[in-house]
Design a protein around this ligand. Structure first.
Ligand SMILES: Cc1cc2nc3c(=O)[nH]c(=O)nc-3n(C[C@H](O)[C@H](O)[C@H](O)COP(=O)(O)OP(=O)(O)OC[C@H]3O[C@@H](n4cnc5c(N)ncnc54)[C@H](O)[C@@H]3O)c2cc1C
Length: 297
């Protein structure tokens, strides 16, 4: 199928893009990597009258640490995340996540901002951003605001962005020393969307006790899910096998997966338990192995 007719704009400044968004409101759609939007338009599940292409906007693709945060520009491609020395050395959870997304062709175009803004509960970055306690920067003509990832995903394919805002940056607090994360995903075949995915990020304090703990779940509810009870039970607790098993059980109980061709809801819930054990165990191992990190908040 081909999409219905639409008017195409390729603004060259953020102000121009935001002005177009204000003018056309909900009749318009932003185009980043196009890896979710274009298939939807071809299937006529999305029929925007106006398409605002963000690909010519300067200064929205970067990966840098600054002022206590890892800052990722919204137009950063998955492939850039994958090849970043900073991500490889200090943020293994993000390297895991991007490598699980589709295939190299998709990753050359798909953006991190688009992955979050699309708010597909089956997308992989949301869970990792929940685990990392990230914030999203939303820019409108009237200024910018930051939205915690935990408040960003408001419903099925729905976010806290207003129709006049563009997601411009993702901010991740630089983790303290002895921190690391892991993202694990069950998929039917390489490059497929998750049956279930689990992201875990831990900071280990004195005597192996969990300090900061973040756990995000993929594709087990209408929105990406933060496993709060599981996180809480690990804070101030030694991160040993028993504690991890208990947290994994709590994560499984928080999941509300729908049965579909990928499995029954009971199967998926049990996969949350299994993958949470794997993600936490791997995160703890990595935190002990990674070189000490500096500059954390
Ligand atoms: C074959 C295939 C397999 C895939 N497998 C996976 C997978 O396993 N895991 C996974 O996570 N993803 C997967 N994807 C999705 C892919 O990662 C998408 O690219 C991503 O979800 C959207 O990013 P994008 O830059 O392409 O956004 P687009 O497709 O350009 O946009 C998606 C939506 O977000 C909005 N949007 C985009 N950028 C912004 C912004 N800066 N501010 C506000 N709104 C914005 C658009 O208006 C649109 O509604 C797959 C895609 C394909 C084609």
């Amino acid at each position: 199928m081909i999409p219905p007719k639409f008017e195409y704009f390729a603004p060259t400044t953020l102000h121009e893009a935001l002005s177009l968004l204000r003018r056309y409101g909900t009749e318009a759609k932003l185009l980043s990597g196009g890896q979710s939007l274009i298939p939807l338009m071809k299937l006529r599940l999305a029929s925007p009258s106006y398409l605002i292409d963000l690909n010519r906007l300067p200064g929205l693709a970067y990966i840098e640490e600054d002022d206590g945060y890892l800052r990722i520009g919204a137009m950063t491609r998955e492939a850039d995340l994958e090849s970043s020395a900073l991500i490889r050395s200090k943020y293994p959870i993000l390297l895991d996540t991007t490598r699980f997304i589709a295939d190299p062709l998709v990753r050359n175009l798909a953006t991190v901002g688009g992955n979050l803004a699309h708010a597909d509960p089956a997308n992989d970055h949301p869970a990792a951003m929940l685990a990392l306690q990230a914030e999203v920067v939303a820019t409108g003509l009237d200024g910018t605001r930051t939205i915690p990832a935990a408040e960003f995903f408001t419903g099925f394919f729905t976010t806290a962005l207003t129709p006049e805002e563009i997601l411009t940056e993702i901010r991740i607090p630089i983790p303290p020393a002895t921190s690391a994360g892991s993202y694990v995903k069950l998929e039917r075949k390489v490059g497929d969307f998750a049956v279930v995915g689990v992201a875990a990020q831990v900071s280990i304090g004195e005597a192996g006790v969990g300090e900061r703990v973040g756990i995000g779940l993929t594709n087990v509810d209408a929105t990406p899910l933060q496993a709060k009870a599981a996180e809480d039970c690990l804070r101030g607790t030694r991160l040993d096998a028993d504690a991890i098993r208990h947290a994994a059980q709590l994560a499984a109980e928080a999941a509300q997966p729908e049965a579909d061709l990928r499995g029954s809801s009971d199967y998926k819930r049990d996969m949350v338990r299994v993958l949470t054990i794997r993600a936490l165990t791997h995160a703890v191992e990595r935190a002990r192995e990674l070189p000490a990190q500096t500059g954390g908040r």
